[in-house]
Design a binder for this molecule. Structure first.
Ligand code: PGA
Length: 248
C-alpha cells in the first residue's frame, strides 16, 4: 500500500510572517492519514522546521547541489539540508531545468547526493507544450525517467512527480486521461527497472492542482498525491487539497 503524499512547493514565495500558514496546515491536517510536506525557500527552512516540530508536517528543500561542500557560491548541499533536520528535497523541477539549465544527468547526481544524505528525493519529470503537441510526451518522460532516477532509488527514498510544464502555474490542468496515461507509463517503467520497489514508489501529479480539481485528479489510478505550487501557499487552499487526497 503506497502512503499518500500532499507536497507543497512554495518556490520563491512567502516570508517569515507567511510561515504562520504552516501552523494552520499542520493543525488542520493532523487527523488525515497521509504524509504532508511543505518546501519553503531554503532561507526559511530552519524556522519552518522549528514551527513543524511536534507535528506530522514534513519540511523539505526545493533543490540541492550534488557536492557535499565546496566552492559553490549560493548553493546548498543535501548534507546541509539533512543536517538541519529536513526530510525531503525536490530535484529537477522544470523551473530549475529551464532557469538553471539543469539536465537529467545533473538531476541524477543531485538525487544521488540526496539519497546518500538520507533525504527523500522528489524527482520531477515533465514535457513541454511543444513536446506534447508533437506527440512526444511518453518518449520525453521515459528518457527523463531513465536518466534522472538513480539506481539507488527505492520506494522509501524516492518519489516521482509528473509535472507537465504547460500546466505549471498556468491554471491549465492535464486531463485525467492524460495523467492516467503518463502515470501508468511511469509505473510500468519503474516496475521494469526496480521490481517491487518500483511498484511501491509514490507518483505525484503537479500542475495547477487546486481545491476545485483535486478530487478528480486523486481518483486517477497511480496518482499517490500531488506536488502543489500556488495553492500550497495558503492553508485555506492547501488544506482542502490534503483532505481531498485523504478522502480518495
Ligand atoms: P502550480 O505549480 O501548482 O502553481 O501549478 C506546481 C509545481 O510547480 O510544483
Amino acid at each position: 500500500m503506497r502512503r499518500k503524499l500532499a507536497a507543497g512547493n512554495w518556490k520563491m514565495n512567502g516570508s517569515r510572517a507567511a510561515l504562520a500558514e504552516l501552523d494552520l496546515i499542520a493543525r488542520e491536517s493532523a487527523a488525515c492519514d497521509l504524509d504532508t510536506l511543505i518546501c519553503p525557500p531554503s532561507l526559511y527552512l530552519s524556522e519552518a522546521l522549528t514551527r513543524a516540530e511536534g507535528t506530522s508536517l514534513h519540511i523539505g528543500a526545493q533543490d540541492c547541489h550534488f557536492e557535499t561542500s565546496g566552492a559553490h557560491t549560493g548553493d546548498i548541499s543535501a548534507a546541509m539540508i539533512a543536517d538541519l533536520g529536513a526530510s525531503h528535497v525536490i530535484i529537477g523541477h522544470s523551473e530549475r531545468r529551464a532557469d538553471h539549465g539543469e539536465d537529467s544527468e545533473d538531476v541524477r547526481e543531485k538525487a544521488r547526493a540526496a539519497l546518500s544524505s538520507g533525504l527523500t528525493a522528489i524527482i520531477c519529470l515533465g514535457e513541454s507544450e511543444d513536446q506534447r503537441l508533437a506527440c512526444n510526451t511518453l518518449e520525453i518522460i521515459g528518457g527523463q525517467l531513465a536518466i534522472s532516477v538513480p539506481d539507488a532509488s527505492t520506494a522509501a527514498n524516492t518519489v516521482i512527480a509528473y509535472e507537465p510544464v504547460w500546466a505549471i502555474g498556468t491554471g491549465r490542468t492535464a486531463t485525467t486521461a492524460e495523467i492516467d496515461e503518463v502515470h501508468d507509463f511511469i509505473r510500468a517503467r519503474l516496475i521494469d527497472r526496480f521490481g517491487e520497489e518500483g511498484a511501491q514508489m509514490r507518483l505525484l501529479y503537479g500542475g495547477s492542482v487546486k481545491p476545485a480539481n483535486a478530487a478528480e485528479i486523486f481518483a486517477t489510478d497511480n496518482v499517490d498525491g500531488a506536488l502543489v505550487g500556488g495553492a500550497s501557499l495558503k492553508a485555506e487552499d492547501f488544506v482542502p487539497i490534503i483532505k481531498a487526497l485523504d478522502a480518495s
